[in-house]
Design a protein around this ligand. Sequence first.
Ligand code: F3S
Length: 61
Amino acid sequence: MKAYVDENCIGCGLCTSVCPEVFEMDEEQVAQAVGAISEEIEETVKEARDNCPVEAIHTEE
Ligand code: F3S
């Protein structure tokens, strides 16, 4: 699985709390997907995606 954050991110920080293994804030307070997504954390990545208030997180298989 791959994940990316689009330009709609408002920096709410939810994804970095839910899944800090993958999501990190950059210096502009925009989330980036940085870590490798192992099978064990795929569900957590989906949880972050589904709970992002502005639907800025996208995943693909
Ligand atoms: Fe941004 Fe959504 Fe994460 S607003 S900080 S991508 S939960």
